[in-house]
Design a protein around this ligand. Sequence first.
Ligand code: URA
Length: 241
Amino acid sequence: MVRAGTSFGKAGQDHAPVDILEKTSDTLRYMAEAGCTGFDCSEKTIGIVNNLDRNLSSAVDDLKELRNLIGDCQRCKLCKERTNIVFGTGDPDAKLVFVGEGPGHDEDQKGEPFVGKAGQLLTKIIEAMNLTRERVYICNIIKCRPPGNRNPAPDEIKACFPFLERQLDAIRPDFICALGTFAAQTLLDSDEPISKMRGRLYDYRGMKVMPTYHPAYLLRNPEKKRDVWEDMKKLISLMNT
Ligand code: URA
């Protein structure tokens, strides 16, 4: 399903022409899928147009509802040492969602994903794709920081994963980029190493998943940046077809 863009028809917002064209084309495709066959003034067409904003806001509402449901989560032991729950950030109507592993120290402090060193590298990757953090959505497999940045434990992933599932259901992106072993293996229920999975396209409940190396791994192994760039180029070209 193609959803209409987030801000089509809203006045007072400053968009680059390419953004406006992209959102207009999304909206037209969305209208066609909703049954609009032309530009007439029939009640059906007017109904579709009038409902656009309602449909647009549903991903936002679903995410807000989900955040409320998580509340001051005590569902696993990570609640004891966390400072903030790191829910996710970006465009609720994004076509591309990046899923990482879990918050580190900086994210825990700020309550926002990927804001530390690895996050700065992720931001550069996103910008090299000609996108911005605001146009994609960024979240993690688990929403609370494991103490000392240890790997998430299976019971922690099990407690948190239903929230990621609902988050992805609310956004329904066309593509998910799974960052690193935990994201790829958890989303795809696989135990294949990330080195085998990266650069290939998988299905997660109708959404296409491209696993690649985690930015923190790239900080330790800069020679792998080339592989990630190859994966991202593939992703860009798939997104543009
Ligand atoms: N690493 C992750 O996997 N997620 C973050 O939010 C930050 C670092």
